[in-house]
Design a protein around this ligand. Sequence first.
Ligand SMILES: [Zn+2]
Length: 281
Amino acid sequence: MTSNINIQKVTQKTACLTHWEFRSNAGAVMLNNYVVVIDATMKPLAARVFRKKVEAQFGVPVKYFILTHCHSDHAMTLGEFKDTCIVGSEQAARKIQQLKKTEWSKEGLERWKQEKPEDALWLEDVEIVIPYVGFNKRIVLHDEGRSLEVMYGGGHTDCSVYAYSPEEKVLFAGDLLLGKAFPFAGDETVDPEKWMGVFEDWLSLDFKKIVPGHGSVVERDEVEKYLLFFKALKKNVQDVISAGKTVEEVVVPEFYEVPEDFMWLKTGTLRGFYEYYKKSK
Ligand SMILES: [Zn+2]
């Protein structure tokens, strides 16, 4: 597996790992004296190798780890960074605290291994760590004239944050954006209005590249595409709700195709929008 762990240069001082095999992406930005990692895939071994390669490439150690949100495909690799300062939203810290006592307890992870034997091997390496620093609005890391802005966004989940490097002009989006893929809006805390607000905020920033939560690195036009899709889907969902129709009757605006194995993602997204706008009607 480690042979696939090739880090990709995004700009001079940013890097990522986007191989599908590791289930979610890893991102990194070098400031001056240290590196900040933003998510590190789902699998601890990939996270460990990513860290080593990034430290070797930039010649400085990882000092901060930013968790974009609490979903299991992003939060299983914090153990590989427990010697760094792990930062997430206050909501993510609370949620992981809860999960550590339930689904992600020792017994919970054992159940997961039994239910999905294909995950058993890498789950052995998982250590659940709660972010050490929780924030509500914004944190800025400064290092001799270079910086990383970490902003609370909400939207995809109520614990979603993203990071922006003004010097490298790179956004690290977490699952607020998937590279050339259909979004997942099926979390019970989803908020499409806040999510569209995040897109508007992004479009007011000066950036060139986006490292998404899943999929390939994309550019600014992907945000515009996503925003148009969200607006169109919102309209179709509201029409169906006002006509007293069901979620199955929502017309999905043209967007990325969803592979058969990932249909749950599409139905989850439609349900997420439908429930949200039904409540806020
Ligand atoms: Zn997610």
